[in-house]
Design a binder for this molecule. Structure first.
Ligand code: AMP
Length: 301
């Protein structure tokens, strides 16, 4: 059977990352790369993004080998680059440099066959671009969004506007507090729900994720890892696996959102085991199933 399609907008980037376990320069990164690779385990992702003339062909070949449709990737100028580091508390990335490069000249022009895709992930990218994607799709069944501090600081008004147009908001704990100017995650989640989404998921790094809907609340643990080598892209990996599982099952009930969150946590835990997308390159369905089963055990009482 053909896999269900997902539309994913986000960055396809070259990252330079330093963690207590090593340093890598110019490696494959970007919110769309992580989200679509994770989603490809469940569904058929279609990326909308922009890269530069300097972007290595081998990275496109890798994404293609995952079954990801790349027709929506434009090539122009210089690739988006991000440079960051982590200290011993690896839950928070410290950004050293963000070079938007060709992202500044990017305007959304979706391939015609992308416009009818029902599952849409507006990943971490300029919120004005997120809105253009939302405007361009004809009959979305589900729109999930993600963001980060860079856009909260630089484009808060546009970001709040995007939140009004989506079904599910994904955001990490520090960014939820920053966006809604509160110390309470419950208050932040309620403020987000008041804008329109029917569910808000607050990601808490190694501590898992919280789901808030109008009258229910769920808490998923993080998978306990002894060694986190590089958490870059865990949020995007979580998001890609989350929407991937929902697209695969076609079930948007609250019960199934909980399962999708556990798949998100499982995939993010694998991603943290190595730099760039290296762990996802070798990941097998058997490994995913085994960690999913262990997550069930962890939260039983
Ligand atoms: P995460 O660790 O899930 O927050 O995502 C890290 C990825 O996001 C890296 O691979 C970066 O290339 C990418 N990234 C960093 N800053 C931004 C930004 N301002 N907008 C979009 N993507 C970004």
């Amino acid at each position: 059977m053909d896999k269900n399609k997902i539309l994913i907008v986000g960055t396809v980037a070259l990252d330079s990352v330093k963690t207590p376990f090593g340093e890598r320069k110019g490696i494959l990164g970007g919110s769309a790369s992580f989200a679509s690779t994770a989603a490809s385990f469940f569904a058929k992702p279609h990326i909308v993004s922009i890269i530069g003339e300097d972007f290595p062909q081998e990275h496109l070949d890798f994404l293609d080998s995952c079954g990801i449709d790349l027709a929506g990737i434009e090539k122009k100028g210089k690739t988006f680059r991000w440079e960051g580091y982590y200290e011993f508390d690896m839950n928070e990335a410290k950004t050293l440099k963000t070079e938007l490069n060709s992202l500044m000249d990017f305007s959304i022009d979706l391939p015609e066959n992308y416009k009818d895709i029902g599952y849409v992930f507006v990943g971490n990218i300029d919120p004005s671009l997120q809105q253009e994607v939302i405007k361009s799709v004809r009959k979305p069944k589900l729109i999930v969004m993600d963001t980060m501090n860079f856009w909260i600081t630089s484009k808060k008004k546009e970001l709040l506007e995007t939140i009004k147009q989506v079904n599910i908001l994904l955001i990490n704990d520090g960014e939820a507090r920053m966006l809604f100017e509160t110390t309470s995650l419950l208050k932040a989640a309620n403020a987000a729900l008041a804008l329109g989404p029917s569910a808000v998921i607050i990601k808490k790094g190694e501590h898992g994720a919280l789901l808030y809907t109008k009258d229910r609340h769920f808490s998923a643990p993080g998978y306990p890892l002894e060694e986190v080598r590089d958490p870059t892209g865990c949020g995007d990996t979580f998001g890609g696996a989350f929407i991937g599982y929902l697209a695969k099952t076609g079930d948007l009930s609250e019960k199934n959102l909980r399962k999708a969150i556990v798949y998100g946590s499982v995939m993010a835990s694998y991603n943290a085991e190595d730099f760039s997308l290296d762990r996802l390159r070798t990941l097998t369905q058997k490994e995913i199933d085994s960690r999913y089963a262990k997550m069930k055990e962890i939260r039983e009482f």
